[in-house]
Ligand binder design. Structure first.
Ligand code: IMP
Ligand code: MG
Length: 178
């Protein structure tokens, strides 16, 4: 099994590019069906979601609007639960069908706050898509409507996800192997 090193720590392949692509295609089909005839506002959460958003929107048969937000909440390997808006959502949300797009839902704090924000701004509906979900790490009640893969509560990188700035370019998902 392929191993890569980031900051001198070994990571092993967990999900191959082919596995991810197959799953993302299905998520795109599901979203296209659920939002047929509508123009949802798809909001990617930077930085991690940039790869997933790019792949997901190219599997859609609907015509969404695409925007990004950026929050600082994660340092090293532990989630802090504190959110700081680095790039706020500028698009008009009132009356829109909003789909929030994450690379991974871990504690769920980030997504919980983004859902609340979209609702406060008057979104007609709010849905959540996340490539990865760590069910055992979830600390808040949260429904993730479109989940790529449920994974163990272990640290992962690749496909947009980083370990202190490294690993985002990897085409697969890799898990810390120590
Ligand atoms: P949450 O608020 O705890 O759900 O954290 C969500 C954010 O933490 C994600 O958008 C990621 O940026 C980051 N994160 C959570 N788990 C991991 C991981 O295993 N590897 C890399 N980043 C992670
Ligand atoms: Mg993220």
């Amino acid at each position: 099994m392929k191993t890569v090193h980031l900051h001198q720590r070994p990571f092993q392949c967990l999900l191959t590019p082919t596995q991810i692509a197959d799953r993302v295609r299905l998520l795109g089909q599901a979203i296209s069906q659920d939002f047929a005839g509508r123009k949802p506002l798809m909001v990617g959460v930077l930085n991690g979601a940039f790869v997933f958003v790019a792949d997901l929107v190219r599997q859609l048969t609907i015509q969404p609007e695409i925007a990004f937000v950026r929050y600082a909440s994660y340092e090293g390997m532990q989630s802090t639960g504190k959110l700081q808006a680095l790039l706020p959502l500028n698009e008009q949300v009132a009356g829109r069908d909003v789909i929030l797009i994450e690379d991974i839902v871990d504690s769920g704090h980030t997504m919980q706050q983004l859902i609340a924000l979209a609702q406060q701004e008057g979104a007609a509906s709010v849905r959540v898509a996340s490539l990865l979900l760590k069910p055992d790490a979830l600390q808040v009640p949260l429904t993730v409507d479109y989940v790529g893969f449920e994974i163990e509560n272990r640290f992962v990188v690749g496909y947009g996800l980083d370990y202190d700035g490294q690993g985002r370019e990897l085409a697969g998902i890799y898990v810390l192997a120590e």
